[in-house]
Write a protein that binds this ligand. Structure first.
Ligand code: CDP
Length: 137
């Protein structure tokens, strides 16, 4: 029997939290894997890139906002074995950014109270993070 080892993909994600305690989630666009599901914004870490730098880059590209590294608090690590890769995904918390969020790459954005997050279907890697967030906020 041969054992296959799945490649590991490192994705960083963030829970942006506004002054009312609502969390930003973003709907994955058509044409991408897991289209239509709601995720915490973020994306793949490039080879040699630090996770925090990747997240700052992704937030600039995806949402048009600027975040400083000192505002990123690492929170919880998600891990999920998809069919063709193993995803590792630290979720950061962030309460301060500059600029106004705009959906440059997503189909929609929503600011959601933590207790309403379960109403939004999420990728299997993101869904377990909701319980952590609800307990924390
Ligand atoms: O945008 P980019 O292609 O850099 O990365 P991505 O498509 O956002 O993420 C790569 C893969 O990680 C996706 O195809 C999803 O399977 C998974 N992912 C996830 O499960 N949850 C997220 N919040 C983001 C990505």
């Amino acid at each position: 029997m041969t054992e296959s080892v799945l490649p590991t993909v490192l994705v960083v994600a963030v829970a942006l939290i506004d002054v009312d305690g609502r969390v930003l989630i973003a709907k994955r666009p058509e044409g991408k894997q897991l289209a239509g599901l709601w995720e915490f914004p973020g994306g793949k870490v490039e080879p040699g890139e630090r996770p925090e730098a990747a997240l700052i880059r992704e937030l600039r590209e995806e949402l048009g906002i600027e975040v400083t590294e000192s505002c990123l608090a690492p929170f919880v690590f998600a891990s999920h074995a998809y069919e063709s890769f193993h995803l590792l995904m630290p979720l950061y918390l962030c309460r301060r950014w500059s600029g106004v969020v705009v959906a440059h790459e997503h189909a929609a954005l929503a600011w959601v109270k933590p207790d309403k997050l379960p109403d939004y279907p999420m990728p299997p890697a993101d869904a377990p993070l909701v319980a952590w967030l609800r307990d924390l906020l």
